[in-house]
Design a binder for this molecule. Structure first.
Ligand SMILES: Nc1ncnc2c1ncn2[C@@H]1O[C@H](COP(=O)(O)OP(=O)(O)OP(=O)(O)O)[C@@H](O)[C@H]1O
Length: 292
């Protein structure tokens, strides 16, 4: 069946075009208006206005505790906004929506987990958006394709609890892609993957955006592995945020203002290095910003 979604459109920049020159934008698939989240009287971030169109790749960055995973939980309907609104495809978010795929942060599964690798991937397909269960033969074929795509065919019948952290993470990726979601939420999906599998998983996520029109929200401490695919960056720090293209946000003056202290953004051999310049002897502590 043909996919009814609009063709993917990748916005070149957030700089507004003149009204007469502006092409008709596709309907946003994610829409937050004046969105704020806080816990126990402390606001994590406030006044977030954001629209994502099909096919857009958003990288979400910021130091530990800035609210990146919470942002994903808002889109998953697991955390309620303190103020404002959030919609997916024009409807209020709700838990368990088949429109949303999720690659969670890596957690190790207990050894005794009673699932094989292929069962875990099949969970992403079973009784999903098709409104009915797939025929067992089609289900098996689709699961095999997904296992192959993440390089997991060799351990398809292994119990998941006996697999390494990186092997389990590849299965979570396959599971999230299985339903061809309209919005794909990724919480540090490359963590614990070796370079080869980082590239393979990045390529799968990129293709999901470009070929199938999913809006991708990619939480990461390290923008470099995905930098060429990123359309926009959402950077949280100190309860505030900045949003724009990589060139607009990843600048010394923008991040210094956001952090409230001197930050250097340096381009080195095509990689972005973000460093905090401390006054005492000008020590550089890139890890304090949780960035390369
Ligand atoms: N349900 C909750 N109740 C109270 N505090 C919470 C809740 N959920 C998250 N927090 C707090 O909100 C802050 C932001 O958490 P979050 O996991 O979103 O940060 P993050 O930017 O993803 O951090 P990291 O880079 O360390 O993964 C943390 O201080 C966390 O303890």
């Amino acid at each position: 069946m043909a996919d009814p979604r609009p063709a993917p459109t990748r916005p070149a920049s957030t700089i507004p075009a003149t009204p007469s020159a502006a092409p008709r934008s596709p309907e946003p698939v994610v829409q937050l208006r004046e969105a704020s989240v806080g816990f126990n009287g402390r606001m994590l971030w406030e006044g977030l206005d954001l629209e994502l169109v099909p096919g857009e790749f958003l990288a979400v960055l910021g130091p530990n505790g800035a609210g990146k995973s919470t942002f994903l939980k808002v889109l998953l309907g697991l955390t309620r906004l303190s103020a404002g609104s959030v919609e997916i495809s024009g409807e209020p978010v709700r838990r368990g929506s088949s429109r949303v795929g999720y690659i969670p942060q890596q957690q190790t599964m207990p050894e005794e987990t009673p699932l094989r690798a292929r069962d875990m991937v099949a969970l992403g397909l079973d009784g999903h958006r098709f409104g009915m269960r797939l025929h067992p033969r089609r289900l098996r074929r689709r699961v095999d394709e997904l296992l192959h795509a993440v390089g997991a065919s060799a351990y398809a019948d292994m119990p998941v609890g006996l697999l390494s952290g990186g092997e389990q993470q590849r299965l979570r990726t396959a599971q999230a892609l299985a339903s061809n979601p309209e919005v794909l939420l990724c919480d540090e999906p490359l963590h614990s993957l070796d370079l080869h599998h980082q590239q393979a998983v990045t390529e799968l996520i990129r293709r999901q955006a470009v070929d199938r029109g999913s809006a991708v929200v990619f939480v990461t401490h390290e923008i470099n592995p995905v930098i060429e695919h990123v359309d926009r960056v959402l950077y949280f720090a100190r309860g505030q945020y900045r949003i724009g293209t990589t060139e607009e946000v990843m600048r010394s003056e923008v991040l210094s203002e956001l952090y409230g202290s001197s930050v250097d953004v340096i381009e080195h051999k095509g990689r972005l290095v973000v460093m905090s310049a401390h006054d005492e002897g000008c020590h550089y502590h890139p890890e304090e910003l949780s960035l390369p």
